[in-house]
Design a protein around this ligand. Structure first.
Ligand SMILES: Nc1ncnc2c1ncn2[C@@H]1O[C@H](COP(=O)(O)OP(=O)(O)O)[C@@H](O)[C@H]1O
Ligand SMILES: CC(=O)OP(=O)(O)O
Ligand SMILES: [Mg+2]
Length: 380
């Protein structure tokens, strides 16, 4: 079984121990809204149902009971978990024992929208499947060998030694995409690639010869692009000002930056791109304009650190499904060798650019990369 708790979703799948096609899979989306949707697929059965308003904990309980029905009580040999933060040392999947779980709990303040839910899922899985192996797969692991200049901040060196580093996230998604790109076009997978993972959380990754050399996310999953409810990059002077002049403390800033900013804050309406694209208000349009502006800006920066660009890949809920956002990101990027093919983009075709830089849409599959890691531990 794989469990992948994102900020607004829980994705899940059940695989046979020695096969890479899930026997059941699905997702609970729009957690935190009053209209969460649970989609289930398994055998001949497919359904989407409204779950109303629920949190991650209740959502996980409903998922486990729905899966029980779909898998007809099949024994669960192992559960693979997406864990957003693995800290400075972890660069590969790990068996989750109690010492490691205690260590991972210490990183919860660094990823408050994710780490507590990821660890709650581990404890729920231990309770539900006490005999199963529990495996952690880390969003940070793919980025752990960044060049030093991209791993540090310009603070006194002791902070780096204490773990104040640029970690980067969405690593399971990037790992999957680069594996998939290697299957589609092995030459491209060895080249200079930028992957834009645009979901409720959004980041971009600069990949050279299959390895991450830069991420727009940094110490936390707040940095870089604006997101559903997160600010993205912000001048730290703003935070000092808010503390000094508005009397805000750490809890106020956490709430502001993680839960009230980004697309939600700018639009005053929603964190959900589908809602913003159809809203038609000036504020919703400005939120979309800021989102795509920051993606283009980071794309230029990443092409600079890569020394050029061979491939741009879109993935994540927005990257995979919004032709409009892909078009707005690509507009004006001819100088980078991108020439959008509008019809191919509308159709979300494999290749959507006619220029020297290949632009692709590749649906990401964090579950597949988790399941692969788990199979490694089961030695099948
Ligand atoms: N057809 C669509 N058009 C535009 N945006 C979409 C579409 N489908 C999903 N999205 C957006 O994808 C985002 C969720 O992405 P996802 O990767 O599932 O989230 P999470 O970061 O929680 O894993 C939401 O903003 C949602 O509106
Ligand atoms: C790290 C992160 O932002 O994850 P998600 O996109 O699933 O919220
Ligand atoms: Mg996600």
């Amino acid at each position: 079984m794989t469990l992948n708790a994102g900020s607004s979703s829980i994705k899940f799948a059940v695989y046979p121990v020695n096969g890479d096609h899930p026997i059941a899979h699905g997702q609970l989306e729009k957690i935190g809204s009053d209209d969460a949707q649970l989609t289930l697929h398994g055998g001949n059965h497919s359904e989407t149902r409204s779950e109303g308003s629920l949190d991650h904990t209740t959502g996980l309980r409903r998922i486990l009971s729905a899966l029980d029905g779909l898998t007809q009580g099949a024994a669960i040999a192992a559960v693979g978990h997406r864990i957003v933060h693995g800290g400075p040392d972890i660069d590969a999947p790990k068996i989750l024992d109690s010492a490691l779980l205690d260590k991972l709990a210490e990183y919860a303040p660094l990823a408050p929208l994710h780490q507590p839910h990821n660890l709650a899922a581990v404890h729920a899985a231990i309770a539900a499947f006490p005999e199963a192996l529990q495996v952690g797969c880390f969003d940070t692991a793919f980025h752990r060998h960044h060049p030093w200049v991209n791993d540090t901040f310009a603070l006194p060196r002791s902070y780096y030694d204490q773990g104040v580093r640029r970690y980067g996230f969405h690593g399971l998604s990037y790992d999957y995409i680069i594996h998939r790109l290697a299957q589609i076009d092995s030459h491209a997978a060895h080249g200079k690639t930028v992957v834009a993972h645009l979901g409720n959380g959004a980041s971009m990754c600069a990949i050279r010869d299959g390895r991450s050399i830069g991420s727009t996310m940094g110490f936390s999953a707040l940095d870089g692009l604006p997101m559903g409810t997160r600010s993205g990059q912000i001048d730290p002077g703003v935070l000092l000002y808010l503390m000094e002049s508005h009397g805000m403390d750490a809890a106020d800033l956490t709430d502001l930056l993680y839960k009230k900013s980004g697309l939600l804050g700018l639009s005053g309406l929603s964190n959900d791109m589908r809602t913003l694209e159809t809203a038609g208000t000036d504020e919703a349009e400005q939120a979309i304009a800021y989102f795509t502006f920051r993606i283009r800006r980071e794309l230029g920066a990443m092409a600079a650190i890569l020394g050029g660009l061979d491939s741009l890949v879109f993935c994540g809920g927005i990257g995979e499904h919004s032709a409009r956002i892909r078009a707005e990101v690509c507009t004006g990027m001819e100088w980078l060798g991108i020439a959008l093919d509008a019809a191919a983009n509308e159709a979300a075709a494999d290749i959507i650019s006619n220029g020297t830089t290949t632009v692709r849409v590749i649906p990401t599959d964090e579950e597949a990369i988790i399941a692969k890691a788990v199979r490694g531990f089961l030695a099948v």
